[in-house]
Design a protein around this ligand. Structure first.
Ligand SMILES: *Cc1c(COP(=O)(O)O)cnc(C)c1O
Length: 405
């Protein structure tokens, strides 16, 4: 079926890529491959090649590809009640909101969206209801591509073509509690932070940073908004990456892994923040859709049933230990199955390309960092295979400076 490598055929990878480029807007650059099928931690391209997926749709495919729990939940829900408007409520929507609040461990209220950036838009609007407008964000942050979330994203290349964006945003160096303390005063509505910076290349804050951020915001009656869109829902071996710091934020945004591949995001507004948005202040047609919320419930149930938080921790550490042994690897970062590999040279793009050729999907967020965010179902054996391949590729890439090898 997919096993052909018939380059003359009209449905091979290069012909399909040409059609893509003829019909799809060029915002992402050329696609790396055209994929036709996925199962577990593997995907197959249209030419029949198999890849071990260590990126998981960018931290989305928590249960891998075509997991029966999601397939069944979506199929059953779609066959029962597929979409309603937010004039009505559905049972999976209510159950998921209760479940998320139980997992975050604090009372609050949930607003469902279809994506990460929309969860951040909802939170951004909630911050405006404090009567203050100033937001403090971190350098190298990523919070999304819509105009509001983009206003909080620090990368100039993303922002500048679209200015003016919503204003009154200041940036501080990530991980620097003193700089944060200096930037926050009684005019600040909120501080937004990723508990680990994902798009920046899996950058960990120093110990105590989130706790300091909580103390600083509390002292000035400002909201602490934790963007868990990449780190949340078990990715780091905990339901949320911030809980290890012992803090309770005011706003928590989640998305990526939440639906295991079905688009859904959420704003969890905790404590007093739960009532900032009032009737008429915000809305969505699709957000909280029965099918998407049923998928998310299936993801959470499976993470619990299969003990995938523990698996994420164990297998993540195994990959870090395996790769840290290579002389070109100068640091390993992240938690659980959100993994950063810091390289001594700017070879991440070359490595990403050679890995793809060797049947491994990895990501190169910066010139000297690799990011891995595989499905939480990744087994130790699959991880060992991947590490072995990566170590071999690192060897071939390593003309160690000044050393005759
Ligand atoms: C991916 C991401 C977003 C944006 O999510 P989309 O679903 O792409 O809109 C926001 N914040 C963080 C931390 C992310 O990783």
């Amino acid at each position: 079926m997919n096993g052909r490598a018939d380059n003359g055929s009209a449905d091979n990878g290069s012909a399909m890529t040409e059609r893509y480029q003829g019909a799809l807007m060029n915002t992402f650059g050329p696609p790396q491959r055209v994929l036709v099928r996925g199962e577990g931690v593997y995907v197959w391209d249209i030419d029949g090649n198999r890849y071990l997926d260590l990126l998981g749709g960018i931290a989305v495919n928590a249960l891998g590809h075509a997991h029966p729990a999601i397939v069944n939940a979506v199929t059953d829900q779609l066959g029962t009640l597929g979409h309603i408007s937010n004039f009505f409520a559905s049972v999976p929507q209510i159950a998921l909101a209760e479940r998320l609040l139980a997992l975050v461990g604090s009372p609050g209220k949930v607003f469902f969206t279809n994506s990460g950036t929309e969860a951040n838009e909802a939170a951004f609007k909630a911050t405006r209801r404090t009567g203050r407008t100033k937001i403090v964000a971190a350098q190298n942050s990523f919070h999304g591509r819509t105009m509001g979330a983009l206003a909080l994203t620090s990368k100039k290349a993303y922002r500048e073509p679209f200015e003016p964006l919503p204003g009154d945003v200041v940036w501080v160096p990530y991980g620097d509690a003193d700089a944060l303390a200096k930037a926050v005063d009684d005019t600040v509505a909120a501080v937004i932070l990723e508990p680990i910076q994902g798009e920046a290349g899996v950058v960990d804050p120093p110990a105590g940073y989130l706790k300091a951020a909580r103390d600083i915001t509390t002292a000035h009656d400002a909201l602490l908004w934790i963007d868990e869109i990449q780190t949340g829902m078990g990715r780091t071996g905990a339901w949320f990456a911030h809980t290890g710091s012992g803090i309770v934020p005011d706003l928590v945004t989640v998305a990526k892994g939440l639906g295991g591949g079905i688009p859904i995001g959420a704003l969890l507004a905790l404590g007093h923040a739960a009532t900032l948005l009032q009737p008429g202040n915000h809305g969505t047609t699709f957000g909280g859709n029965p099918v998407a919320t049923a998928a998310a419930l299936a993801v959470i149930d499976t993470i619990v049933a299969d003990d995938l938080l523990a698996n994420a921790k164990e297998v993540g550490d195994r990959i870090r230990t395996g790769l840290a042994a290579h002389p070109l690897v100068i640091d390993v970062t992240g938690e659980g199955l959100l993994i950063g590999i810091v390289l001594a040279q700017d070879v991440s793009a070359a490595l990403q390309q050679s890995a793809l050729g060797a049947g491994l999907i990895i990501n190169n967020p910066t010139p000297n960092r690799l990011r891995l965010a595989p499905p939480l179902i990744l087994t130790a054996d699959e991880a060992d295979d991947a590490v072995k391949t990566l170590l071999t590729l690192l060897d071939t890439l390593t003309p160690l400076d000044g050393e005759a090898q």
